[in-house]
Write a protein that binds this ligand. Structure first.
Ligand SMILES: *Cc1c(COP(=O)(O)O)cnc(C)c1O
Length: 435
């Protein structure tokens, strides 16, 4: 069972990388450990496409795990980054760029009355949890199975994304005491949340949820799930944290959770707001956020937080959106989901396809997929074969069955339609093996 779709240069680069970087990579899923084979090494991105060290061109449906809203190297963002870099890369002192980006974000996420920039989604979540614990004086955190919130100790418990497909219930190096402070409930199960809160509600500092789960594949919330969490949290004096590191600014202007019947106390952002540079943000009403240093006793800091080049990238990206941006993303997602469904049906390969805007979930199962257990029941070996067939046909999919496919404004319906034959070939490669 070896599929190696990478070219000779990528293979040589990977061998060299493995001699100095752990597993040859800086983030586990990139190593292709979940699908086998060697990852192509990327040298360049342009619009919807990426090009590897062997000169092969792929339609990119990862888009930096959702960070690239406008595709690769959008001219307005590149120009802003060049200009900001020329003015100096970092000062460790306030710059105007930070509050300018913050003002832009708050206009679209008004509940982030006060916010802080950090350098990753992980850091945003870690800081939001600290605020929730500091503000409530409670310890317990509730998350949902299959939810991924970054690699902070307390949330590497039954997490999705790379942690999930590595088949680990938690990570090594997380102390049992830390893991015990996190309670894991099933996603999309309001009754389980009700039962939990009846017993433990008064111990809960925060419930953290991806309003639309994007790290166990794409699993949308059922009607009533998020409103129930809202009611339970606010009835018990716990904070609701909407982890919108993926969904924020990807599905619409601002956050998605208010459209799903939830009022979050704290919101975490990342990915899109940095336009591909390392940025995270967390924020909420002054009531909570004014407890952060220097105004309050909850400490949080960062040498490179609010980095001027990263702020320039985020501001330029958010400013470059037009009235056509989100409709274009929606059209891209609809075309992609339609293509997957029709080509799978043609090849008689059972799939479940989910879509919200430009985010698409592809599960090799008849479904339904509503939570971590049903997502994990999909055929991951078949995904791996499909993945490599697609790669050989020039389509770069997430190298793990537990991830979401992302389109950008550059992934136009026309470009996708031109790839129909490639998708057809990939489904043909996994056809005829139904059990
Ligand atoms: C990606 C992600 C994170 C972590 O962000 P990093 O920048 O990778 O640290 C947190 N929460 C969600 C929902 C994510 O998808």
């Amino acid at each position: 069972m070896t599929f190696d779709s990478a070219g000779p240069r990528s293979r040589a680069l990977f061998r060299r990388a493995e001699r100095v970087l752990v597993g040859g990579v800086d983030s586990p899923v990139r190593s292709f450990a979940q699908v086998g084979g060697t990852p192509p090494f990327i040298v360049r991105g342009e619009g919807a496409w990426i090009v590897d060290a062997d000169g092969r061109r792929y339609l990119d449906l990862v888009n930096s795990w959702g960070a690239n809203l406008l595709g690769h190297a959008p001219p307005a963002v590149v120009a802003a980054v060049r200009a900001a870099a020329g003015d100096g890369l970092s000062f460790g002192a306030p710059t105007e760029r930070e509050h300018r980006l913050a003002e832009r974000i708050r206009r679209e996420v008004p509940t982030m009355e006060r916010m802080r920039f950090v350098t990753s989604g992980t850091e945003a979540v870690m800081s939001a949890i600290r605020v929730a614990r500091g503000a409530t004086g409670r310890r317990r955190i509730v998350k949902f199975a299959g939810g991924y919130h970054g690699h902070l100790d307390g949330l590497l418990v039954r997490a999705g994304s790379g942690v999930a497909s590595a088949g680990r219930a938690a990570s090594g190096g997380v102390s049992p005491a830390t893991a015990r402070e996190t309670s894991v409930l099933p996603y999309n199960d309001p009754a389980a949340a009700e039962r939990f809160f009846r017993r433990h509600g008064s111990e809960v500092a925060a419930v953290i949820v991806e309003p639309i789960a994007g790290n166990m594949g794409l699993v949308p919330p059922r009607d009533g799930f998020l409103p129930t969490l809202d009611r339970l949290c606010h009835g018990a004096g716990a904070l609701l944290i909407a982890d919108e590191v993926i969904t924020g600014f990807r599905l619409r202007r601002g956050a998605i959770h208010p459209t799903l019947g939830a009022r979050a106390d704290l919101v975490t952002l990342g990915k899109v707001i940095g336009a591909g540079l390392p940025v995270g943000a967390y924020g909420g009403p002054r009531r909570w956020m004014d407890q952060v240093a220097p105004l309050g006793p909850i400490y949080q800091a960062g040498t490179l937080a609010g980095n001027p080049v990263a702020m320039a990238a985020g501001e330029a990206l958010l400013a470059a959106r037009t009235a056509r941006t989100y409709p274009a993303l929606d059209a891209a997602g609809a075309t992609l989901a339609g293509l997957l469904e029709s080509e799978a049906a043609r090849a008689r390969v059972p799939v479940t396809v989910h879509r919200r805007g430009s985010m698409v979930g592809l599960f090799f199962t008849q479904g339904p997929v509503t939570d971590f257990a049903s997502a994990q029941a999909a055929d991951s070996a078949r995904y791996a074969r499909f993945f490599h067939a697609a790669l050989r046909a020039g389509i770069y999919l997430p190298p793990s069955p537990m991830e979401t496919l992302f389109a950008s404004t550059e992934t136009t319906p026309e470009i996708l339609e031109q790839q129909r034959v490639a998708f057809r070939r990939a489904f043909a490669a996994v056809a005829g093996e139904n059990d």
